[in-house]
Design a protein around this ligand. Structure first.
Ligand SMILES: [Zn+2]
Ligand SMILES: [Zn+2]
Ligand SMILES: [Zn+2]
Length: 510
């Protein structure tokens, strides 16, 4: 492993304070460890170990020895606009979660690569006309809306422009905000996660009907079992939410068809031969077109159903160009590689819903709301305001629209997965901690030692007990110059990580 060495600190104003009190080198080492996190947590305290046989306690670390008497803990934010460094780590973990579910690894057997896989996209329905390119990604734009006349608010109902530039700020914005169903759009966002669950359930039931068995098995009175679909298969998935320009959520997801063994529910057996990718795709499509989830009404009177938009997409995923398409002619021939799918989904997990980071944090009070609105385009501002207003209505309390106004009312997580799909963020973090414990900064293996310099096999031995006491001292950097040093450390960490990744990729047999 090659390690780029940091250039010696320049005599710049940002280093002056640390230079003066002699903490510059130690502080730079701290920044190195948190990879230049933008807004780390500062803690003071100590950690140590107790020998259970002798009762002796030894401190192994005390923050009093550190600059300012504190240690730094990375913020862990997923958004690139908040913390480029932590979001890079987050995206890497997201990639691992998606990829290991397709190819195996991280506790998932390699055989899952043989299971049928799908890459699907589901979108929100229309809540009124918005400026559009009328074209898929990478294709030339066509005229936005070819309509003449004006709406009741005196706005033209058409837009005869062609929005060539995919970054055109008009894209996604309503032609007339007064005509646009803002309330419907916010309530749809708030219902999207439940609609997804409903759709998966419906796909199971459709598949059960197709193969002629109940979705859920049951035990008959005579003790025999009526086998159901869920006794035999599982639809495992990982899904990523994306905030579209029109301030609505849509989902990209990887689905995998697994076998299921009731006697060994944690295994990943192959699915039965009849459970093909073609069957999954057909049943999923069927479910997407029909799934309905009750959506509360803005007034409390009556209710309507949330459903998906007409645009949805299903593509087969090919692992090493393996299994055939089962003669499925209903889909385009394009097949995606696990690598590409991992990159695609990981990229989305670090995106913010609005440029400039105005919506990167929850809005807590009305004053904050009005401070945020000027940084949004009129469409986004109207969506956030609508979510805030609806959130004040008692019958909608359960939707927590105020707490989620900064994500247009969407209250799900940005990456979720079914339990069996693959590994978790928590497991990825643990693996990093274990690696750091058992390797030095140059990546060479080392044996972790306890406070008495005895080899420590793991944290939970009975001979020593870990002790410690930590106190929160603040978030972010204490000195203005520190933040600038952190930005430099983040750049350096990034180039190191990219070099390491390139080295890994070239070492991998193609
Ligand atoms: Zn951070
Ligand atoms: Zn337009
Ligand atoms: Zn109008």
């Amino acid at each position: 492993m090659t390690t780029a060495t940091a250039p010696p600190p320049a005599l710049t104003p940002e280093t002056a304070a640390r230079r003066a009190d002699g903490t510059l080198e130690a502080f730079r080492a701290q920044l190195d460890r948190v990879a230049g996190c933008t807004r780390p947590i500062r803690l003071s305290g100590w950690s140590g170990q107790a020998d259970t046989r002798t009762g002796e306690i030894r401190r192994t670390f005390d923050s009093a020895t550190q600059p300012d008497g504190t240690i730094l803990i990375p913020c862990g934010n997923r958004r690139a606009s908040v913390c480029p460094s932590c979001s890079y780590t987050y995206a890497g973990d997201a990639w691992q979660i998606v990829h290991s579910g397709l190819t195996g690894g991280r506790g998932v057997p390699a055989e899952v690569a043989e299971h049928p896989g799908l890459f699907v996209t589901v979108t929100a329905p229309s809540f009124g006309m918005v400026h559009t390119r009328n074209a898929g990604k990478g294709r030339p734009a066509r005229t936005c809306h070819r309509l003449s006349g004006t709406c009741p608010h005196g706005q033209p109902v058409g837009c005869w422009r062609t929005h060539d530039d995919p970054a055109d700020p008009l894209l996604g914005q309503a032609l007339c905000l007064a005509c646009y169903d803002l309330t419907g759009a916010v309530l749809w966002n708030a219902t999207a996660a439940r609609l997804w669950k409903r759709t998966v359930d419906l796909a199971y039931r459709r598949m059960a009907a197709q193969v002629g068995m109940p979705a859920l098995g049951y035990t008959r009175r005579d003790g025999t079992r009526r086998v159901g679909l869920r006794d035999l298969i599982r639809i495992s998935y990982v899904k990523v939410a994306e905030g579209q320009q029109r301030a609505l959520i849509h989902y990209h997801a990887v689905m995998r068809l697994d076998g299921f063994d009731r006697d060994n529910p944690d295994a990943w057996p192959p699915p039965p031969a009849w459970a093909t990718g073609k069957l999954l795709a057909a049943c999923w499509r069927w479910a997407v077109e029909r799934a309905r989830e009750p959506c509360p009404s803005p007034t409390g009177a009556g209710a309507h159903d949330a459903r998906w938009g007409e645009q949805h997409d299903e593509q087969h995923i090919a692992v090493d160009g393996g299994a055939e398409l089962d003669g499925d002619t209903t889909m385009t021939g394009r097949r995606l590689s696990p690598q590409a799918v991992g990159n695609y989904l990981a990229k989305y997990t670090t995106k913010s819903v609005a440029d400039g980071g105005a919506l990167d944090r929850p809005i807590r009070k009305t004053a904050d709301l009005f401070a945020v609105l000027p940084f949004l385009n009129p469409h986004q501002a109207a969506m956030v305001k609508t979510a805030w207003t609806l959130g004040g209505r008692r019958h909608l309390e359960a939707l927590r629209l105020r707490a989620n106004a900064h994500q247009y009312g969407y209250r799900g997580h940005w990456l979720t997965k079914s339990r069996r799909y693959s590994t978790t963020f928590g497991a990825c973090r643990q693996e990093r901690r274990d690696w750091n414990r058992t390797h030095d900064s140059a990546g060479n293996p080392r044996t972790p030692l306890d406070a008495w310099n005895r080899p420590l096999e793991n944290d939970t031995g009975d001979e020593v007990i870990a002790l410690g006491s930590w106190r929160f001292e603040g978030a972010g950097y204490r000195l203005a110059g520190d933040a600038q040093l952190a930005a430099m450390a983040a750049d350096l960490a990034r180039s190191r990580r990219e070099a390491a990744r390139d080295a890994r990729d070239t070492a991998r047999p193609s």
